[in-house]
Design a protein around this ligand. Sequence first.
Ligand code: COA
Length: 258
Amino acid sequence: MYTTLLTEISEGIITITINRPDKLNALNRTLIEELSALFDNIYKDAAVRSIILTGAGNKAFVAGADISEFNELDATGGEELARKGQQMVFDKIENCPKPVIAAVNGFALGGGCELALACHFIVASENARFGQPEVNLGIIPGYGGTQRLVQLVGRNRAMQLLMTGEMVDAKDAETYGIANKVVPQEILLSTVKQLLMTIHSKAPLAVSKVIECVNNFDHNQQGYDFEIRKFGECFSTEDKKEGASAFLEKRKPNFTGR
Ligand code: COA
């Protein structure tokens, strides 16, 4: 059904593999459209509880937006590429009510780094390399990189990465807080699956509200008010009753997502 993506569902986890290995999985127009359509389905599909995003092959997660599509673009075209991409894919991933984890298995550059940053967190293999090399091409990130990177690594590290275009290896990415964990490539997917199975054992509505609240992080009062509202909403769920009862009755909770 998709020409640039492979999908596989098991135990409620959909593994999406970006599949253009001969172009290091670069994001072309078709790929953006297909990812957008896939996430629309994932939002609606009750059989999918969480998502892993990874790249085909053992060399690259995604080596950026497809540079071969840049030549035809003028200022309007460039702006449209960035706006459409952000709305169709990156915002949808960030705001997905189900956990989306990036399993970064190699180069995550430019749009590929931005794609990983849009996920809820990142686990990387030892050969992973992260970078925003857009300045080498006379451009800047357009898929939210300048905004998400600064939130994640802080202003000065973001400035350095964005101005030098240099790559950081997996170890530095872990130190910077880009990757939560670094593991050998052979166990990358199984490590992420294990983390997701832990999350699957929690109340799904509570997990969704965590995603919403963290995404609404705000230095000002708004983020705190948002959290208060979402906290209140949890108290009208069956899972909240089940969670408290199970604890008091010293048994495992049976969450239903209601
Ligand atoms: N867009 C389009 N094609 C890309 C690409 C991208 N972002 N990144 C890699 N490719 C293609 C190469 O053109 C090459 O295609 P070809 O075999 O038809 O010539 C193929 O993928 C393999 O890449 P290659 O450069 O030969 O691999 P390498 O191991 O020598 O270098 C990288 C790997 C990642 C360092 C290098 O490919 C690179 O710098 N890519 C661009 C990264 C970038 O600037 N991304 C930001 C874009 S905004």
